[in-house]
Design a protein around this ligand. Sequence first.
Ligand SMILES: Cc1cc2nc3c(=O)[nH]c(=O)nc-3n(C[C@H](O)[C@H](O)[C@H](O)COP(=O)(O)O)c2cc1C
Ligand SMILES: Nc1ncnc2c1ncn2[C@@H]1O[C@H](COP(=O)(O)OP(=O)(O)OP(=O)(O)O)[C@@H](O)[C@H]1O
Length: 312
Amino acid sequence: MEIDKAIRESDDRRLKTKYNNAVYVIQRAFALYAFEEVAFSFNGGKDSTVLLHLLRAGYFLHKEKPKSCNGNQTDCEMNFPVRTIYFESPDAFPEINSFTYETATDYELQMEIIRLDFKSGLEALLREKPIRAIFLGTRIGDPNAVGQEQFSPSSPGWPPFMRVNPILDWSYRDVWAFLLTCKVQYCSLYDRGYTSIGSIHDTRPNALLSTIASSSGSKENFKPAYLLSDGRLERAGRANKLSPMVSRSVPGVSNGLKSTDLHVSSMLTASVIAVGDEILFGTTEDQLGPSLCRKLHSIGWTVSHATVVRND
Ligand SMILES: Cc1cc2nc3c(=O)[nH]c(=O)nc-3n(C[C@H](O)[C@H](O)[C@H](O)COP(=O)(O)O)c2cc1C
Ligand SMILES: Nc1ncnc2c1ncn2[C@@H]1O[C@H](COP(=O)(O)OP(=O)(O)OP(=O)(O)O)[C@@H](O)[C@H]1O
């Protein structure tokens, strides 16, 4: 199995630990549920691409290799029998759609396309199929990961199934370390500065990866997603990270990117307050404030005030 080999040969110890733990969770799920009772929720995003390869590795390690292969079975020859579900939306990027379809063909995934919202789609699926557990590429830091564990029952009001989150504890860096170490394909948008991908209306390249100052007037280019140094800012290009009040004011027009930009730049204003007698005494220089201002500016915020106040 190429993935397993690539990780074993890597000298990234942290990645090895993350990989082993994720594969352990996958094998636990395969031991708890029959293959026809599990599904893999795949949307062509970077996290679900990682999960696809982990699942194939976990499945391969879980199953005994057929004797006739003499251990020489290649990845392409390995049939992966887990049902794959993709909630296809008319608002998805064409690059995401084509990557999802191409990957399903390349890895012979039994992919079902669902053209309903998540909840209704899952209700319909569970009425028809004996599914009890669904693998997701959810990670800590995703807004919907709050309160979740590696095995978390679906929320109240949702159809009943177990959410299995093998990469819940993976960081942004871990995701890219895995994709680059294993040399697997990922959606081309990530090479154009997109770091987390929602719909065409609410997602744009991450400004922290811009190669030019926004004021210079020349065409803006973006570095690849794996060069983002602070993974906590991976959702900086997604408008729905904004407060509900700000998000609601973004109209759902077909070319929503421009109007989102307008709202982001006109509505996101910050004041930076440094607290410290030592700064006011002049014995310490405030280094955090200026660096925070630079960071906020680089992701499109306006800083209206920067102040130093006393400890009390
Ligand atoms: C297979 C699947 C199961 C889900 N189960 C739940 C759930 O139990 N409770 C819930 O609030 N949201 C559930 N969701 C919605 C996700 O929490 C989330 O909104 C979605 O993955 C989009 O994430 P994003 O905003 O990071 O793109 C589920 C989504 C999928 C695809
Ligand atoms: N449209 C969808 N169809 C199927 N599964 C989905 C869909 N949207 C989200 N999911 C599931 O939810 C997980 C978390 O979604 P999320 O958007 O955070 O990650 P991602 O799309 O894999 O990567 P990125 O954060 O770069 O967009 C996915 O990995 C996938 O398992």
